[in-house]
Design a protein around this ligand. Structure first.
Ligand code: PLP
Length: 380
């Protein structure tokens, strides 16, 4: 039995072309990019190209891209880096209740260091209310951090509207675009964001790599100290082969973005249609909100997450409940708790299915059939 992977929001399989580029680069570009000799210069060229490709993908300039060890580090760098550099202007940060833990725990850590935070609510569809943000803004607000797409529900937040609102305010605007990048078009100038987080392993690139876009007007304190790499914002010898792979993943993602969008939309619709045909009782969390097509969060009344996931796994289907970082834990999802109430059964009977490179029509149908049978059995 070949297992079927429906958990691309947790991580994605590496694209074969990315693996090829990385394997070649591991041997061909082993030089240290900071070395002045030819080996170093060759490795430096890989970084220069990567920076150009990454910058172009969000309509930014090369010098504004900082390579990091992934989305988590980029979020930490943006939030803590801005907070520490701007604390004389104010100590208030605004975020939302549905951010990834890379953001939430970073903000909570700053609260322990004397910063103040406001956590915006979301409605039943998982979207924030721009008016609540407006009233939360204060003279001492130095940073607003709101994710572009939620990793559990796929719900898209009003980033352009927030960017517009903050034009009139001194607070910097950071968005965690980890789940949006590669699905939605992103232009940092149009969106008016100052900082933006991207992760490589969500777009068929290698793990342990990402980048932070930092607008030149942002004062950011480096969190690590060492060499001059990444314009002193992120010292340490760069992972050149992984960066070469990431570059390839970005290029493929950009070239195929529109096709992937409609392909995954097709998979999602086909998947839900099969559940309906089997007369499975379910509802979609965030159904009426604007969502990306590759993530769907489904509540199955009368069931619970642990039994569902175990049975799916036994039948060869991999999915997850909420964020992969908390998968395996029985705690109700903080995202669904914010959308409904903590006592709502949706927080303990919902599964995230996410589509991507490992899927085709055949395995999506096969997975939906199996899932339908399991849910009907467990919901009895
Ligand atoms: C929205 C979001 N932000 C940040 C991260 C963390 O990224 P990384 O795994 O690259 O550290 C994830 C990963 O699950 C995510 O979904």
């Amino acid at each position: 039995m070949k297992a079927i992977y429906l958990d691309h929001a947790a991580t994605t399989p590496i694209h074969p072309k990315v693996a090829e580029v990385m394997t070649e680069s591991l041997q061909a570009n082993f030089g240290n990019p900071s070395s002045v000799h030819s080996f170093g210069r060759k490795a430096r060229q890989v970084l220069d190209k990567a920076r150009a490709v990454a910058a172009a993908s969000i309509s930014a300039t090369e010098k504004d891209i900082v390579f990091t060890s992934g989305g988590t580090e980029a979020d930490n760098m943006a939030i803590t880096g801005v907070a520490l550099a701007n604390q004389t202007k104010g100590k208030h940060i605004i975020t939302t209740k549905i951010e990834h833990h890379a953001t939430l725990h970073t903000v909570e850590n700053l609260e322990k260091q004397g910063f103040e935070a406001t956590y915006l609510d979301v409605n039943e569809d998982g979207a924030i209310d721009i008016n609540q943000l407006k009233s939360a803004l204060r003279d001492d607000t130095i940073l607003v951090t709101v994710m572009m797409v939620n990793n559990e529900t796929g719900v898209i937040q009003p980033i352009a509207e927030i960017g517009q609102l903050l034009e009139e305010h001194k607070a910097y605007f950071h968005t965690d675009a980890v789940q949006a990048y590669g699905m939605l078009p992103i232009d940092v100038n149009e969106l008016k964001v100052d900082l933006l987080t991207v992760s490589s392993h969500k777009i068929n690139g290698p793990k342990g790599l990402g980048f932070l876009y930092v607008d030149p007007n942002v004062s950011l304190q480096a969190l690590q100290h060492g060499g001059e790499q990444e314009r002193k914002r992120r010292p340490g010898t760069e992972n050149v082969a992984a960066i070469a792979g990431f570059t390839e993943a970005i290029k493929l993602g950009q070239a195929e973005r529109v096709d992937r969008y409609s392909k995954y939309q097709g998979f999602r619709d086909q998947f839900l249609q099969i559940l309906r045909e089997q007369e499975v009782t379910f509802s979609i969390n965030g159904e009426d909100a604007e969502r990306v097509p590759n993530i769907v969060n489904v509540s199955f009344p009368g069931t619970n997450v642990e039994a569902l996931l175990t049975n799916f796994d036994l039948s060869g289907v991999a999915a997850s409940s909420g964020s992969a970082c908390t998968a395996g834990s029985v705690e109700p999802s903080h995202v669904l708790s914010a959308m409904f109430t903590e006592n709502s059964s949706c927080t303990t009977n919902s599964i995230r299915f996410s589509f991507g490179l490992a899927n085709d029509e055949e395995n999506v149908s096969a997975a939906a059939e199996k899932i339908g049978q399991i849910v009907k059995r467990l919901a009895k």
